[in-house]
Design a protein around this ligand. Structure first.
Ligand SMILES: [Zn+2]
Length: 319
């Protein structure tokens, strides 16, 4: 089977790779996702330019293009709708790319692509009930339920970053609502939660790098009392979110991923373990071993139209 080009369009980075059927990535490129610009076409062009470069340099005849994108996705129309971590409301992807490259193009929610990547190449192999949870620019999940992808109406099931996890600090999420998990514990919102936490507890407000995620985690490692207390509160928030996730999906295994986990895993997990409810048995919880490439690999699997543990992605789109 010819290689495919897979793209992972995230709130901070957009990366693309030439992927073979066995999951081998022949070549990879990444650029910062545009933070603004005149129109949504800057995002479409960002994706198209990576595909163009990979086609020109490494893969003149790919079989298809698979795009994994931070949701919400509208997969029937091949576009993103109101993504909280991108600067535009409606971003068309499938039609412009299909027109330029004359190839089949599929679009999938990045966490759905993540669980598919894990199911085919990672730690969800052979696990019928598994959850892929990413703590990154945003927070979201992809769910295997009885060996099938939990899809939802438009391909956005398990947008767990918008679970309500707190009513004390009343931090506003990028979607506009208060108390959502993503508004507290995602990489993009953690600095605002830290500032709010300091204000709420009468502690000095952080300045510059001290308030950025890397600065907060570094201070906690150095034993700073405020940063340490905040990391414990963050663990409580993550414990609340994971507790909700367990009762919603009853998984055998949860696979953690995302830059926040990969870079500061020791301060995220297992610190939240004491705060996870034991109403249902605790599933096995581990960190992805795919190095942040689960969504890219999952998008490649779907673009190939391979038989997967849950059937063909295109079958999911049939009414
Ligand atoms: Zn939200």
């Amino acid at each position: 089977m010819a290689p495919v080009i897979a793209v992972d369009l995230g709130g901070t980075w957009t990366r693309a790779g030439v992927v073979l059927g066995d999951g081998q990535i022949l070549a990879e490129r990444s650029v910062a996702t545009p933070k603004g610009g005149g129109s949504p076409a800057v995002i479409t062009e960002c994706v198209a330019s990576l595909v163009r470069e990979l086609c020109t340099s490494f893969c003149p005849r790919p079989e298809a293009i698979g795009i994994s994108a931070a949701g919400p996705v509208d997969i029937r129309h091949g576009a993103l709708r109101n993504p909280p971590n991108l600067p535009f409301r409606d971003i068309p992807l499938v039609e412009p790319l299909a027109a330029e490259f004359n190839l089949p193009v599929i679009l999938v929610n990045d966490c759905h692509a993540g669980i598919i990547g894990e199911a085919v190449f990672g730690d969800a192999r052979g696990i019928a009930n598994a959850v892929y949870l990413t703590l990154s620019t945003g927070i979201g999940a992809g769910v295997l339920d009885g060996g099938r992808l939990l899809f939802g109406r438009e391909g956005n099931a398990a947008e767990v970053g918008h679970f309500v996890v707190d009513t004390t600090y009343r931090v506003r999420c990028g979607c506009g609502h208060e108390g959502h998990w993503e508004g507290y514990a995602s990489g993009s919102h953690l600095p605002r939660f830290f500032a709010r936490w300091c204000e709420f507890h009468g502690r000095p407000l952080p300045h510059g790098r001290d308030g950025e995620p890397a600065g907060v985690f570094a201070r906690a490692r150095d034993g700073d009392a405020d940063a340490t207390a905040f990391i414990d509160e963050l663990a409580r928030i993550n414990g609340r979110g994971i507790s909700d996730l367990i009762v919603a999906y009853d998984p055998e295994r949860i696979i953690l991923d995302g830059a926040v986990v990969r870079e500061n895993g020791d301060l995220i997990y297992p610190r939240c373990l004491p705060y996870i409810d034991r109403f249902l048995p605790l599933p096995e919880i581990l960190v992805s071993r795919l190095g942040g490439r689960a969504p890219l690999l999952g998008a490649a699997v779907l673009a190939e139209g391979h038989d997967t543990p849950f059937g063909s992605f295109r079958d999911l789109l049939k009414d």
